[in-house]
Design a protein around this ligand. Sequence first.
Ligand code: KIV
Length: 285
Amino acid sequence: MDTSKKKLTTVQLRSMKSGQQKIAMVTAYDYPTAKAAETAGADLILVGDSLGMVVLGYETTLPVTVEDIIHHTKAVKRGAPNTFIVSDMPFLSAHISVSETIRNAGRMIQEGTADAVKVEGGREMLEEIKALIRANIPVMGHIGLTPQAVNQLGGYRLQGKDVESAKRIFEDALLLEQAGCFAIVLELVPTPLATLISEQVSIPTIGIGAGGGCDGQVLVMHDLLGITHQYMPRFVKPYAKLHDTIVEALRTYNQEVRDNTFPGPEHQFGMKEEVLDDLKKELGL
Ligand code: KIV
C-alpha cells in the first residue's frame, strides 16, 4: 500500500477552510480513475450517483441503487486507499424511513468502505441527516440544484435566482451546519449567493457551478477529462479531450488490425525452429 499520502480528516477539512486553503474534490467510479485522482493529489473523492449518467449511460441519476454505489465505492477504495471517500446516497435511499436511511448508509460505510456519505436536500432531510450523524456517519450536505429532484425542479437549472429561493438555500445551509454536516456541496447557484453562504458557515462549502467564493470545488471526472462528449454545462472546464484521444486510438487500432500492421514484430513471441520442425513432424504436417 502506498503510504506517501495521508487521508484528510473532517477536522482537517475545517482547518483548510479557516486557513483559506481551497479543497479540490473530484468524482471517481472505478479503480483506474480513483488511482489517478489519488496520484494527482485530490483532497476528496466523491463516488457520485453521476456514475449513472457518465458510466452506466442512464438519462438521469435516478436509476442508481445502493448496490451500484457500494460496488463502485469498493473499486474506488482499492484505487485510492489514502484519500477521503464520500459516497452518494442514491435516489430514495434516504427517504423511506430513518432506520432504512441508517441501514443504507451503514452498508455504504461497512461494505463499500466509504468514509462519509452525501445526502441531497436541505430542511426536508434534517431528521435523516441528524440520525446518520448520531450513528457516527459523517454527512456532506448537498443543496442548490439537487439532481435527484430533476423531475420536481423541471430540469438542471440555476437555483436561487430570486430572493425567496435564495433565502431558502441560505437557510438550508445554516440548518445543515447546525445538524452537524462536515461540509456542503452547493450546486448551480449564483456566485454571490454561494459566496455569502461560504462566509456565513464555519464548515467548508464545495461548489459546482457556484463560483470561486466557495471553499472548494468538485467536478465530475468524465466532464473534467473530456470523456463526456455530448452536452457540457458552462460551469465545467474540460482539462483534456480524452473522448477524441480514445476514439482516435481505437480507429488506428481497427485500421492496423485490418491491414495486419498490428501486431508488429515487437508484440509477438517466436519459437525455436527445431521445436517448430519437431512439432510439425509430430502433427504429420
Ligand atoms: O453525483 C455527483 O457527481 C454529484 C456532484 C455533481 C456534486 O453529486
